[in-house]
Write a protein of this length. Structure first.
Length: 284
């Protein structure tokens, strides 16, 4: 699949130590999986989790899903061995937690070679350096770590996420400027589908490509929220058709449903249709 068109509506964390969850994910309709060696794995299980995960990836069965391995930080006792192990795992990218500088990404590259890298954005310093981090030549995506961010900011969790908006916004700007993927943080209350939908809709409106998830029950909500709706697809088709008619008659502006449609709106309309096609291709 063309990496630029790949959907990232649902990005599920799976503890690398849990055989049952590693098996379950083979049948879940997620766009991407983060196989976790960091916070979802207890210290006593970290070394075994590396081998468990390598075996699960070697066995395969994850289909078209993007497979990302999150290692422990390189300043921890597990990080370097995780990175070396991940370099030879059958995965698509390696995700480094708590990235604050491009030097940390260079250190990862020195250990794993040319595999694509992703960056967890979850500290104030990381967010202040987001523009430089996003521009790293081997970086393909940002994952927001809103639990760590809340801890660092000493904020309370609020449904509107107001205390996080500056950090989320800086990372969105940096990711969009560099054309890399940017995926929103997790919603901890995994049995609260209504609250998850509100947060997914907010993330979608802000421009995130998708949401990180912690439980299979969250997948359908995220897939629906980050996919173009039937109404959006219908509007995009009508905007393109109306603009082409206008162009043919020598005019530069069309009107659809009482709103102007110019060249730039047609670009957005084509992106919506391309995303719908990419989702259909992934699901097919
Ligand atoms: C939260 C959980 C501990 C709940 O697990 P459990 O009690 O097993 O839930 P259920 O009994 O409801 O599970 C039903 C079935 O689904 C499987 N399952 C559960 N979770 C997952 C999963 N994440 N991926 C795949 N499959 C999963 C169970 O095995 C059951 O299967 P079956 O027996 O066949 O019915 C658990 O969901 C969990 O551990 N979730 C992941 C937590 C995690 O990854 N945390 C770290 C990431 S969050 C983070 O760190 C973000 C960032 O860094 C930040 O700072 O914000
Ligand atoms: Mg974190």
């Amino acid at each position: 699949m063309d990496q630029r068109a790949r959907p990232y509506r649902s990005v599920l964390y799976i503890p690398g130590s849990k055989d049952r969850a590693l098996e379950k994910a083979r049948g879940l309709p997620v766009d991407a999986i983060i196989f976790d060696l960091e916070d979802a794995v207890a210290p006593d299980e970290k070394v075994n989790a590396r081998a468990t995960l390598a075996a699960a990836l070697e066995q395969g069965g994850y289909g078209n899903r993007m497979r990302i391995v999150r290692i422990n930080g390189l300043d921890t006792q597990w990080g370097e061995a995780d990175a070396k192990a991940a370099a030879s795992m059958d995965c698509d990218a390696v995700l480094l937690p708590k990235v604050e500088t491009t030097a940390q990404l260079d250190a990862l590259v020195a250990l794993i070679g040319d595999k694509p890298i992703w960056s967890m954005m979850e500290t104030p310093r990381g967010m202040l350096n987001a523009a430089e981090i996003a521009a790293h030549p081997q970086l393909s995506g940002f994952v927001m770590g809103t639990n760590d961010l809340a801890k660092e900011l000493q904020t309370r969790f609020r449904p509107d996420r107001l205390p996080m908006m500056a950090g989320l916004g800086l990372c969105l700007l940096a990711a969009k400027a560099e054309g890399i993927v940017v995926v929103d943080g997790v919603y901890n209350a995994f049995k609260d589908a209504e609250g998850l939908k509100v947060e997914c809709d907010q993330g979608r409106d802000m421009g995130f490509d998708g949401k990180t998830l912690i439980h299979p029950a969250q997948v359908d909500v995220a897939n629906a929220a980050f996919a173009p709706s039937e109404a959006e697809i219908d509007l995009a088709q009508r905007q393109i058709a109306a603009f082409e008619d206008c162009e043919a008659s020598g005019q530069g502006v069309a009107v659809v449903d009482g709103k102007i449609v110019e060249n730039l709106h047609v670009v957005t309309a084509r992106e919506i249709l391309a995303k719908a096609d990419a989702i259909a291709a992934l699901e097919g």
